[in-house]
Design a binder for this molecule. Structure first.
Ligand code: FES
Length: 103
């Protein structure tokens, strides 16, 4: 289920630099770790900060506002003050583009 949407050029997503996008009404954050790509919701579940403004540390994104952390692979809320998980979305490479599957 879900629909694939063009998200960004592969070359525009740099290691360690999350990219925030709005796609079909969804706030999406894209991440690159080596040759792997991940997508999550971009709105922190604590107080609405944009996670793409935060810091990527390994597979964890740290919210810029109160330093809560989420695992970008599972969306799991890891550290206080965040308690509610963020959504994750499938990502695929299509030629030189990244596509994200949104519900
Ligand atoms: Fe993200 Fe508070 S808004 S931890």
């Amino acid at each position: 289920n879900g629909t694939w949407h063009a998200a960004a050029a592969v070359e525009d997503l740099r290691e360690g630099e999350p990219l925030g996008l709005e796609i079909a009404g969804f706030h999406v954050a894209l991440y690159r770790i080596g040759k792997q790509f991940y997508a999550t919701g971009n709105i922190c579940t604590h107080a609405d900060a944009l996670l793409s403004d935060g810091t990527l540390d390994g597979c964890e994104i740290e919210c810029p506002l109160h330093m809560g952390r989420f695992d970008i692979r599972s969306g799991e809320a890891l550290t206080s003050p965040v308690e509610i998980d963020i959504p994750t979305y499938p990502v695929r490479v299509a030629g030189d583009q990244l596509e994200v599957c949104l519900p």
